[in-house]
Design a protein around this ligand. Structure first.
Ligand SMILES: [Zn+2]
Length: 117
């Protein structure tokens, strides 16, 4: 069965069953795979794609807010090293002193927990 390609318009031969199936489903027929790929493109400008992606990301952040927050908390818990973070924040304090400060803080926290109970 001769049909015109939906993208380039070239006459091409397709089986009757193929044409019937496409008409029933409301699909377009193309002469080859290259035209099929080109014909199915949405022809959006780069700026439009960027804007659509921005809107998609914003909606996703709202829809999955709890899940994303839990993932970030899990990552922080898994990777956070207070000594390393202190060394980055206060490079002038040697790491040994940083560890000593953390030990003192832990000891004070234990004392306060005991006196509160
Ligand atoms: Zn074509």
């Amino acid at each position: 069965m001769k049909i015109a390609c939906a993208h380039c318009g070239k006459q091409t031969d397709k089986s009757t069953s193929e044409v019937n199936r496409a008409r029933k489903a409301g699909l377009s027929l193309y002469c080859d795979r290259a035209c099929s790929g080109l014909g199915r493109r949405k022809h959006r400008a780069a700026a439009q794609k960027i804007e659509e992606k921005r809107a998609y990301d914003a909606a996703r952040r709202v829809a999955l807010a709890d899940e994303i927050k839990a993932q970030k908390a899990a990552y922080h818990k898994r990777t956070y090293d207070p000594v390393k973070a202190a060394a980055e924040q206060f490079p002038q304090i040697p790491e040994a002193i940083g560890r000593a400060i953390l030990r003192v803080e832990e000891a004070l926290a234990a004392v306060y927990m005991r006196s509160a109970a």
